[in-house]
Write a protein that binds this ligand. Sequence first.
Ligand code: PLP
Length: 421
Amino acid sequence: MDHFIYRDGRLHAENVPVAEIAAAVGTPFYVYSTATLLRHFTLFDDALDWGPHLVCYAMKAASNQAILKTLAQAGAGMDVVSGGEYARARAAGVPGERIVFSGVGKTHEEIRAALIGGIRQFNVESEPEMRAISEVATALGVVAPITIRVNPDVDAKTHAKIATGKSENKFGIPIAKARAVYAEAAALSGLKVIGIDVHIGSQLTQLEPFRQAYQKVAELTEQLRADGHQITRLDLGGGLGIPYTRSNEAPPLPSDYGDLIRETVGHLGCEIEIEPGRLIVGNAGILVSQVIYVKQGEGRDFLILDAAMNDLIRPAMYDAHHEIVPVVEPDAGVDLAPFDIVGPVCETGDTFAKGRLMPPTAEGDLLAFRGAGAYGAVMSSEYNTRPLVPEVLVKGDQFAVIRARPTFDEIINRDTIPQWL
Ligand SMILES: *Cc1c(COP(=O)(O)O)cnc(C)c1O
């Protein structure tokens, strides 16, 4: 459920007509709904209320300061995957003890900054990284709390580019090697082992892969405890999918996911962390674009938009499907016709949808891409020197620009000319 609905035939973001934002900000732009963000965070928080837990929002999905602050004020922790994200989380007012540091290649500098600034835990991805964290911590005279990310070798049944829990993926250590790696961790002076971490992929639409992974984590917890380790925290990752097509996809609900966690690991008495990104922000954001031209082609017609692959890369990168709806609600029963919906970038890959059935659409019409909040604005670029797409946040009947569109001068002046030119 989200808060982008038609009211009196006009698409609204909460109580604000989308067309009103378009008139003020210009297109294309992203707009997020505060109520939807909070609703999704609360669903996860409630799903785990049977025990001690922290929902750490995976901020790589959408990392605008205003989004982070909205979630942090509701009590969310943050899952960060870089020094930049760590700095962003801190700047949004998230205390170190609510930040977990994930990511396969943490540098010495990033580790140092997090240890100095305060960190809940590092999720260790490899033995060399584990040794590096111990070294940096020892040099600073502190002890780094860690979990080790295990790779449970389960098939997440998702797109290959976002599956992370198979043995051929680059993530974590093979679960079969875990006991040896934990033994080494326990012997390193700069580390305090506190738990286990797992994350098997993104956009999972079934619970079964989670069940397999979490059962393996439960077994491992018992083994590691028998080996003398204190396992008090389980970080179970993110990955719960969202419905990108309303009709035929019904991913599991956070409440069912919470029940599954309780069933598989609830008996262990551990504090539970989860790291949802997509499900919190995906349906809390839309991308709004204007039709520049309607072009009659040979055997097919095109809608050429002012948004492009640089603004929303998911269709080009992951073959992703986004619902594309007119901002003015079409009359019921109107005839639909197929269009290829494309951006103006000079690449055939700049295609959002092929043969998409649309109501009658004209130049100047506004269209909205639903489910664009996650991995949308954060993956945007200025390819073709198209200014970075702005972001807007709505709350009730208020809206605010939370990242402004840069001017051409601002873009050009980021470059510097060497003295010999
Ligand atoms: C990307 C990622 C997440 C979030 O995944 P979603 O599918 O957006 O929920 C969580 N944890 C880690 C370690 C990740 O890399």
